[in-house]
Design a protein around this ligand. Structure first.
Ligand SMILES: Cc1cc2nc3c(=O)[nH]c(=O)nc-3n(C[C@H](O)[C@H](O)[C@H](O)COP(=O)(O)O)c2cc1C
Ligand SMILES: [Mn+2]
Length: 524
């Protein structure tokens, strides 16, 4: 199967009843994101989430847009993410790992649908033309200071090596031909920008809105600097991504992208940008950022405008990034650091946003391996890992009740907690015009792994719970969703006599046990 462009992907979603069309007029500045937000704040299960496709988009100025808007199409839920990635969710971690190590070079073709419409020069200056013809929504009405592109992939090249980079960075709509680019110094585009600034020239850029979903997912991936995310996307697609050359900048973009905004990011000044709602759950105040001056807009004859819902987690971006992010850390611990007892890395998503609370699930690790794994997570990327907890294989790292259970009984804080000072603060408030790489934070590593044999879990053995489940189903009680632990099992501290007594108890021989114990009375 060739990889899908965005519109083919939308058809796939619709066929699986994962996309809803909204035909009534919707105001992109005040109604669009809040309507979609209810899927994440309305107490609905993750599996009920769908992509929303707005056919009739208007704005607060009373204008109507010809371009429809889709939100949530890339990762509103695991089911949607799976379709965007073209493979079942449990295969995604292995696919990511394989793709990271076996990139495929994209190919450049002569022409593609993204060039069906090419607007340059005076065409961009027509009334309500340029960027103003795009239905860019406001993500957090009431706090954001403008519409921002959010599914907003900036394609640039390293001015020294020519290596491509694609990153998803928001763009504040500032004028008909001016859009912001917000990316802190550690982001790859900021490194390209800085090299251009030193050379005294602007940074050529192409802002891609609505790429083939496999490409979109790679633009939000934190690959090492110098790695072309299109190589990873091609490997994930199993074939080279097809690119076309841009019209006014020396860059290449997917031939079947929906909309591309070409231009030059100025390096001779910065400008205020924001406030904007952020994924750490707070509004990020105004900072200084570069702007891009637009030289061309190209698009399909009938493009679809794609927007991500970010801000408070869970959101579309956390839901879709989690799988790749976790696989990246798992790979680091198992492959780079060789800690084979690591089974899973789980990044807590709701409200906390993946980066701060990380659980490492391990299978019978030696104590030194636990600490190496915890330090390994702490030291992989700046600002990632504030509370890092190692748990055993029987603890479901997605279930925070289970994680707290492990911490409460399998750790002793005076021995099993290590506090690391001098940590980068990263993505979090408050913001006092601080240098985010210099601001100090700290991290807590918690070893909640069993250190000695424990008695069994106090639940009926598996066979009894399974039998009871059958009866439950025969009785047509409400469907169960088993939550580990849902049966008892040994953790090492259990002997043959107790096992035998338990066996006798369920086969109606407990009175024999009573007689046996009577022979062992102890005088008081
Ligand atoms: C919806 C969404 C919005 C994002 N906005 C920004 C942003 O405005 N600035 C930024 O630096 N990173 C942003 N990110 C994160 C980057 O896309 C991510 O760090 C990516 O790895 C950057 O690419 P790079 O590693 O090539 O620099 C956003 C991610 C998502 C999913
Ligand atoms: Mn990159």
């Amino acid at each position: 199967m060739p990889y899908a462009d965005l519109q083919k992907h939308l058809t796939n979603l619709e066929e699986k009843n994962l996309l809803v069309r909204i035909r009534r007029p919707i105001n992109k500045d005040t109604e669009l994101h809040p309507l979609f937000r209810w899927q994440f704040r309305g107490g609905l299960p993750e599996s009920a989430r769908k992509a929303f496709y707005f056919e009739n988009v208007v704005d607060s100025g009373g204008r109507h847009y010809t371009i429809p808007v889709v939100i949530g199409a890339l990762g509103a839920s695991p089911a949607i993410y799976e379709i965007a990635m073209g493979c079942p969710i449990d295969e995604i971690p292995q696919r990511w790992q394989h793709a990271l190590h076996h990139p495929i070079e994209p190919v450049i073709v002569d022409d593609g649908p993204v060039h069906e419409i090419v607007l340059t020069g005076a065409a961009l200056d027509e009334e309500r033309g340029g960027l103003l013809q795009l239905p860019i929504p406001i993500s957090t009405p009431g706090f954001d200071n403008a519409p921002y592109t959010t599914c907003s992939h900036f394609f640039t090249k390293d001015p020294e090596t020519g290596i491509r980079n694609q990153g998803n960075y928001r763009g504040q709509l500032k004028g008909q031909r001016v859009i912001g680019l917000q990316a802190p110094a550690w982001q790859d585009v900021a490194k390209h920008w800085e090299k251009c600034r030193i050379q005294g020239k602007p940074l050529p850029a192409a802002l891609v809105i609505g790429a083939p979903p496999i490409v979109s997912h790679c633009t939000v991936l934190k690959a090492p600097f110098g790695v072309d995310e299109l190589g990873i996307a091609s490997a994930l697609a199993g074939e080279p991504i097809r690119l076309v050359r841009c019209k006014t900048v020396e860059l290449e973009v997917p031939m079947d992208a929906e909309i591309v905004v070409e231009g030059f990011v100025r390096t001779d000044f910065l400008e205020p940008e924001g406030p904007f709602g952020e994924s750490h759950g707070y509004i990020h105040p105004r900072t200084l950022s570069p702007v891009m001056e637009v030289t061309a807009i190209t698009m399909k004859r009938r493009p679809v405008y794609a927007t991500f819902m970010s801000q408070m987690t869970p959101n579309e971006s956390s839901s879709s990034r989690r799988t790749g992010f976790e696989a990246y850390y798992l790979n680091h611990l198992r492959q780079d650091l060789g800690i084979k007892s690591v089974v899973k890395v789980s990044m807590h998503e709701k409200l906390t946003n993946l980066r701060k609370l990380i659980i490492v699930q391990m299978k019978k690790p030696a104590e030194s391996e636990v600490w190496r794994a915890l330090h390994g997570v702490a030291n992989f990327q700046p600002g990632v890992g504030k509370f890092i907890i190692a748990v055993d294989e029987d603890i479901d790292p997605r279930n925070m009740d289970a994680v707290w259970w492990a911490m409460c009984y399998r750790s002793k804080p005076h021995k099993d907690v290590l506090i690391l000072p001098g940590r980068v603060k990263g993505h979090s408030p408050p913001f006092k015009h601080e240098d985010r790489l210099a601001a100090e934070d700290s991290a807590m590593l918690i070893n909640a792994i069993l250190k000695e044999p424990f008695p069994p879990i106090s639940l009926p053995k598996r066979e009894y719970m399974e039998r009871a489940k059958q009866i439950w189903e025969e009785l047509e009680f409400p469907a169960l969703n088993p939550e580990p632990p849902w049966f008892g099992y040994s953790l090492g501290d259990w002997d043959e006599e107790w096992e035998e007594e338990a066996e006798m108890a369920v086969t109606n021989r407990y009175l024999e046990t009573g007689e046996k114990l009577a022979k062992r009375r102890v005088k008081t």
